[in-house]
Each structure stands twice: as structure tokens, then as C-alpha cells.
Design a binder for this molecule. Sequence first.
Ligand code: DX5
Ligand code: ZN
Length: 217
Amino acid sequence: MAVQINPSILSADFSRLAEEAKAVEGADWLHVDVMDNHFVPNLTLGVPVVESLSRATDIPLDCHLMIDDPDRWAPQYVEAGAGSVTFHAEAAAAPVRLAREIRAKGARASMALKPATPIEPYEDLLPELDMLLIMTVEPGFGGQAFLDIMLPKIRRTRELIAKHGLELWLQVDGGVSEATIERCAEAGADVFVAGSAVYSASDPAQAVGSLRDKAAR
Ligand code: DX5
Ligand code: ZN
């Protein structure tokens, strides 16, 4: 499993997004948190910002949609230039149809689970996805404490992926730092989102490197 580190621009300076993307050279993807103040109690950015950002950086965009009605909106993020689009299981009306539409438009399809949402009901859906995101905080804000209680869910999900012989990536998001990344990797995650751990560091690119070293150990 190749380790991937995806800095979250939620912790970046929104007035300087292009420069903030350059500051994390060496990152695999740039994680873009889209929030609508309905699915989560916070509001961030939408399609036009993703469109501009995709033109401003060579790092592919990993868009995490924390929004209601992703069935309607997710395809527009592919058109805006996202290389991967994650919708929430709790919000999608027709997740299989949506995953197929995202893939047909040329992006990687991914589904996220909030901390209280179990993986088991979605086992049959895994072959439709390129990535599964397990939230390790309640979605909505950066800088929250990692929920250790999610580790068994990461482990179970990795077992299900192996059982079905899938290539699916397993992403974790929320509270991932030098203190917690090893536990996530040991449980079976291979794609790591880190917001505050990267952008509050004095050298964000170096923070990406040391997270990668810790996860690969
Ligand atoms: C939270 C977002 C995360 C957030 C993570 O709802 O989905 O991507 O940016 O931030 P940290 O790494 O600071 O917990
Ligand atoms: Zn996120």
C-alpha cells in the first residue's frame, strides 16, 4: 500500500490558495473541504473556487463534499477539475448511481462515513468506489481531536476491502497528526488528510514529508 498525504486547505489562508498549494509541494493530493452550512454547521467554498484552484496548481484536487444533495452537485465538481470527489453516505440519495456518474465523468469516486455511520451496510457498494473515507472527527471543522474509537472501523473496513479483493484506497480525515498517523496506518488506512498538522507547521512541505515517513514505517 502506497502512503498518500493530502493536506487540507481548510487550514490554509483562503486569500492565498494558489501559494498555499505551492507550499505543500510533494503532497499527493490537495484536500478541498466543501461545506454548505446544512450537512455540517460551517460554510466554506464551492464550484467556482475549485475551478480556479484546479487551474492554479498541478496537485490533483481531492474534493470532500460535506453537503446535502450531492447527487445534484458532485458531478459539477468533476467538471470543475476535481480528480477525486467524495460524497457522504448519509447525504446521497442514490450512491451507486452517483459513484458511477463521477467515474463516467472521469474522476475517482469516493464515499465518506461520519463517525456514527457503520461500514457494514455499505459492503456491497465497495466495488463501485475508488476510495472510502472514514471520518475520525465529526465533520465541520479543522483542528479537532482524533477519535481513537474509529480505529476498529478502519480495521474492519480494511478487512472488507481485502475480502473482496478490491484496490480501494482507505482515507482517514480529522485529527491526523504526527501523534496519530501511525495508529491509522497500522489499522489499515493508506490515504491521510491533514489540515492543521500541515498548515500550522512552520514548513508545511516538511510536515508532509515527516507525516509520510511516520505512516510508511
Ligand atoms: C473536517 C474536514 C477535514 C479538516 C481536517 O470536517 O473534513 O478535512 O480539514 O482538519 P484537521 O487535520 O486539522 O483535523
Ligand atoms: Zn475533509
